[in-house]
Design a binder for this molecule. Structure first.
Ligand code: ADP
Ligand code: MG
Length: 314
């Protein structure tokens, strides 16, 4: 295993051409991101954030405006062929020729990559995505979930080290979502680096080792999932005191205390370890008189909201 990231993105900008007169949409505003090899990486962001734009630049479907991208160490401009061979992409939209069977879909894809007949793995891939019994069914007769699984198999035909799934579970029922999660985890266990985009926090939390949050074309966070989820174990109590603050109160149970105004402080603590009552007692014991108290609780949704609103500096 090397330290070379599976995907390296530097100062990536995409401005779509304007439909009429005007500027055109600035979908990516200079994103830099390293996606480590061997992991499951989540690209989390609301609709319109720029996730698909980024994925489509990786696949060559969208041309970047500026910046650079390498896949498995291959620059997508200078070494397009190797870059393309290193990645398999499952697009957000399901598109199939309805008259091909799953087996034919995979064989056709292998043909596109120039893979010799005896080296093709269509049967094996169908088994891997649990579609062996649908080998000869018409694609149009497959359920939505089966189609998604077939798309995953199709993306893996040329054995790329990196598999990218754009919103694999958007609009998918709970049962099927579970199935897809298992499949993605299996692929990763077999050594494939997985990148997936999602706007479900729960999904990113369940599946991903690391999560980057993208909003309005900017990457606003990039952390191990544990750390992001850890932020959701934190609670903040904001205190107003009766006089201007000299020094901040300190206590072993505080994760952080910061001055938010002349007479206000925000104290962050872990709700598994302490509670608001203990925090207040600790502050009073240090000679402060509290005149007002507000508390906020962060779940992952709040962490996301606070990161995606400009309220909190990065
Ligand atoms: P996401 O996948 O995160 O929902 P997209 O990358 O699809 O976001 O879109 C990012 C922004 O770029 C949106 O404002 C969207 O309307 C715009 N956009 C996407 N595709 C095009 C296009 N082909 N032409 C013009 N604007 C586009
Ligand atoms: Mg999208």
């Amino acid at each position: 295993m090397t330290d070379t990231p599976a995907i390296q993105i530097r100062d990536l900008v995409k401005r779509y051409a304007p439909a009429g007169s005007g500027e055109g949409k600035l979908a990516l505003k200079g994103v830099s991101l390293d996606i480590p090899a061997g992991k499951i990486f989540g690209l989390l962001g609301p609709n319109g954030a720029g996730k698909s734009t980024m994925i489509n630049i990786l696949s060559g479907m969208v041309r970047k405006t500026s910046g650079s991208v390498s896949i498995w160490g291959f620059d997508i401009d200078r070494d397009q062929r190797n870059a393309k061979r290193s990645i398999g992409i499952v697009p957000q939209e399901i598109v199939f020729d309805p008259f091909f069977t799953p087996f034919e879909v995979l064989e056709n894809q292998a043909g596109l990559y120039g893979i010799a007949r005896h080296l093709r793995r269509s049967e094996e891939l169908l088994r891997a995505v649990h579609l062996a019994d649908k080998r000869d069914a018409y694609a149009r007769a497959l359920s939505g979930g089966m189609k998604r699984r077939l798309l995953i198999a199709k993306a893996l035909v040329h054995q790329p080290p990196v598999l990218v799934l754009d919103e694999p579970t958007a609009g998918v029922d709970v049962e099927l979502r579970r199935q897809l999660w298992e499949l993605v985890t299996e692929m990763n266990r077999e050594g494939v680096t997985v990148v997936l985009t999602t706007h479900y926090l729960e999904e990113a939390e369940e599946l991903c080792d690391r999560i980057a949050i993208i909003n309005h074309g900017t990457c606003i966070a990039n952390k191990p999932t544990r750390e992001l989820v850890g932020m959701a174990r934190e609670k903040v109590v904001e205190l107003t005191l009766d006089r201007d603050l000299g020094q901040l109160p300190v206590d072993a149970a505080f994760i952080k205390s910061e001055k938010t105004g002349e007479r206000t402080i925000a104290i962050t603590y872990n709700k598994d370890v302490s509670n608001a009552g203990q925090v207040l007692a600790a502050v009073q014991a240090q000679g402060f008189t509290i005149v007002d108290v507000t508390t906020r609780e962060a779940d992952l949704e709040d962490v996301f909201v606070s990161l995606t609103s400009e309220a909190r500096p990065a």
